[in-house]
Design a protein around this ligand. Structure first.
Ligand SMILES: Nc1ncnc2c1ncn2[C@@H]1O[C@H](COP(=O)(O)OP(=O)(O)O)[C@@H](O)[C@H]1O
Ligand SMILES: [Mg+2]
Length: 242
């Protein structure tokens, strides 16, 4: 469960209000989509949820642990897939995975079977010995997804996860998100692509200019849609400039 209460964040000494008084609760067992155009504030909120940035105001709890007051406890609950997979380029895939497993205290016996299963599912079992800088964008993305799941986190957070993935990997990732949610875990992801949100979310929030302007179940969206015809229309209507 993720609880975001009254969270705001400005950049450039207040000149840019990236996130404006956001309240969100994401329950266990659901895939929650965070939808908004580029620059809406999605990455900024995700960086605060994962403890990379501190909010100006408000609190964030991950399974009851305050990300600012109990950062280590809160972060151990999380698996995080950032929007930019360009990191640890000098390591090989397997070195990176072992590093992640060490960071999250995954016992040796468990990590080998988990790695093997995940590597095979993402067709990365051969490339894992090569250095990350030799990987394509999609392969980097996949090794980060695997690294984020090694400690079997109860809360999974992904920032624009489908970007750069080939159709097969994208399918496998969506399948995994569903499995995690069905196993009672929390899955929170951002996207600027309507179709992705439409297909896999149980609940979603639409953010524009730092403010959450719509939040509800897919069913509630559908009800709204009867008037507005498509999620695309709703999205365009809600995010249009006044
Ligand atoms: N480090 C930064 N300094 C100043 N402005 C920033 C910084 N990062 C993001 N912004 C601005 O904050 C707003 C929200 O950005 P972001 O959270 O990245 O949105 P999204 O992920 O939805 O595309 C945008 O107007 C962006 O230009
Ligand atoms: Mg972003």
């Amino acid at each position: 469960m993720i609880e975001v209460s009254g969270v705001s964040k400005s950049y450039s000494r207040g000149a840019v209000k990236a996130v404006d008084q956001v309240d969100l609760t994401i329950q266990d067992g659901e895939i929650f989509g965070f939808l908004g155009p580029n620059g809406a504030g999605k990455t900024t909120l995700i960086k605060m949820i994962t403890g990379i940035l501190n909010p100006d105001t408000g609190t964030i709890k991950i399974n009851g642990r305050d990300i600012q007051k109990e950062p280590v406890e809160a972060k151990l609950q999380l698996g995080f897939v950032p929007d930019d997979p360009n990191m640890f380029a000098r390591l090989t895939g397997i070195e990176y995975l072992n590093f992640m497993a060490d960071m999250y205290h995954v016992p040796k016996e468990v990590r080998l079977t988990r790695m093997q299963t995940l590597l095979e599912r993402f067709d990365m079992d051969k490339a894992v010995r090569d250095s990350i800088q030799s990987y394509s964008h999609g392969m980097k993305q996949k090794i980060i997804v695997i690294g984020a799941l090694l400690h079997n986190p109860p809360v999974w957070i992904l920032d624009e996860p489908m970007t750069g993935l080939d159709p097969r990997s994208s399918f496998v990732l969506k399948e995994m998100m569903r499995e995690q949610a069905d196993a009672g875990k929390t899955v929170f992801f951002s996207t600027h692509v309507l179709e992705v949100a439409e297909k896999i979310c149980d609940r979603l929030a639409i953010i524009n200019k730092g403010k959450v302007i719509f939040s509800g179940t897919m069913e509630e969206v559908q009800t709204h849609l009867r008037k507005n015809q498509s999620l695309e229309n709703l999205f365009l209507e809600l995010t249009k400039n006044e």
